[in-house]
Write a protein that binds this ligand. Structure first.
Ligand code: PA5
Length: 431
């Protein structure tokens, strides 16, 4: 059973986005579901079958054990799709939020390239107990390669050069790319990035699930949640398949009504990286050929104090999806007597989560009252299975929406163009 519910009854809005005939979009989505079902059966789209595997997880177990052995600091190098999924998983465990380091080594993600940040980290690391997992599908991304090469040099400078193979593990495509060669030079272990899965769709491969193992998240449970969602493809009916229903509404709004901005608003700190993962997925997958919509990540309730005025009072040009994990009753309870005394009885004697739960109800309702298009996705439990399901939901939704719009969900020509130009400028000493 799919571990979330999706309410799209208010998804089309009343104002700028009213009056859509969804019938032709449903017919197209039905045909796309049939294609996806065939691609799953024949193995033509690896993303749809990777969750049926367990052999890759078993093979990676010794790598995970070695990465954790006598380790104080575990550094994950990679960018874009080679990092964001693992970050979202880290937040599932509560890591990356204050006061929640969790068991095991201290985790560090360096997805953005910044020499200052990296220098500070190098000064703090104990090089005897710091290990690196370096992830790059292509094995040639400049940011990741520079980070890896700088770390190897620093380890050497600290006198640990001959132990490099114990400090670095690589995850990249099979073949003879630069990262494979680097691993070979060090004699370091390498795991395979699946050839048929692109960076931003790779979270349910070892790209996300080797880090999951390092954080004590059960990768098999994540894949089970993803399979729950995949099973809905087989209904062949967009009304019975949440990602297809979401996709056809968004595609119809973009293509027929000019929708250009979509907001994914999660009411939980632990979903903050998830919405950033989705931002890349949606942006790179649908934004091409002059089409697409800008993904806007948001976290609640804090963004009520930052964006809600614009969302309610500004232009009616956005679609809103709320991600709603359980909040009620969570967290410490406030001092009731003191709250009463200072005239704040309205927040006295409640758990912190009670207010968050009330806000998570009130904000979408206020948007709906203003005629804005709103979808609500409710998670009765937020665990590894639910996160796996959410990953698969949004990957399928993105693929189906892109296909409905007639764009290729899997390429990223503009990103590649930028990578090539940056390499030329670096070689020319520019910048
Ligand atoms: O989605 C994508 O393909 C990109 O954003 C990549 O994830 C990113 O550029 C990193 O590429 P690589 O994994 O080849 O280092």
């Amino acid at each position: 059973m799919i571990p979330y519910t999706q309410d799209v009854s208010q998804s089309l809005g009343r104002g700028a986005f009213a009056g859509l005939d969804l019938a032709p979009w449903k017919a197209q989505a039905k045909a796309i579901l049939a294609d996806l079902s065939r691609e799953r059966r024949t193995g033509a789209l690896e993303l749809l079958t990777i969750c049926d595997r367990a052999d890759d997880l078993a093979a990676a177990k010794p790598l995970a054990e070695a990465l954790l052995k006598d380790t104080s600091d575990l550094v994950l190098l990679g960018t874009g799709g080679s990092s964001l999924g693992a970050q979202a998983i880290a937040q599932l465990t509560g890591r990356l939020t204050p006061f929640s380091r969790g068991a095991g080594p201290q985790l560090h993600f360096f997805d953005n390239l910044d020499g200052e940040t990296y220098s500070r980290a190098f000064a703090a690391f104990d090089w005897r107990t710091t290990r690196f997992l370096v992830v790059s599908k292509s094995g040639t991304t400049g940011e990741t390669m520079m980070q890896a090469l700088a770390a190897i040099k620093a380890l050497e400078d600290a006198g640990g050069g001959k132990y490099a193979k114990h400090h670095f593990t690589f995850l990249t495509e099979p073949g003879g790319n630069a990262m494979r060669k680097l691993a070979g030079e060090l004699g370091a272990p390498v795991a395979d990035h699946p050839l048929g899965i692109g960076g931003r769709y790779s979270v349910l491969s070892l790209v996300g699930l080797l880090p999951a193992m390092l954080m004590g998240v059960d990768p098999a449970l994540m894949r089970a949640g993803a399979r729950d969602v995949l099973a809905a493809i087989e209904t062949g009916d967009p009304d019975q398949c949440p990602p297809a229903l979401g996709a056809l509404q968004l595609a119809a709004l973009m293509e027929a009504k000019g929708l250009r901005q979509i907001v994914l608003w999660a009411y939980a700190d632990r979903l903050e990286r998830f919405v950033m993962w989705w931002r890349q997925l949606w942006g790179e997958s649908v934004g091409k050929d002059g089409k697409g919509s800008t993904p806007i990540p948001a976290v609640g309730p804090v963004d009520q104090h930052s964006q809600l005025q614009l969302y309610l009072g500004g232009p009616d040009d956005k679609h809103y999806t709320f991600l709603l994990p359980p909040r009620k009753g969570q967290g410490p309870v406030t001092h009731a007597a003191l709250a009463e005394k200072i005239g704040m009885a309205s927040v006295g004697g409640y758990a912190i989560g009670d207010l968050v739960a009330a806000q998570a109800l009130a904000t979408p309702e206020t948007l709906i009252a203003h005629g804005r298009p709103v979808r609500r996705m409710t998670l009765p439990v937020y665990d590894a299975r639910a996160l796996g399901a959410l990953f698969m939901h949004f990957m399928l939704e993105t693929i189906i929406a892109a296909r409905l719009m007639g764009v290729d969900p899997f390429d990223q020509p503009a990103v590649e163009e930028g990578k090539v130009l940056a390499r030329t400028y670096l070689a020319d000493g520019k910048g």
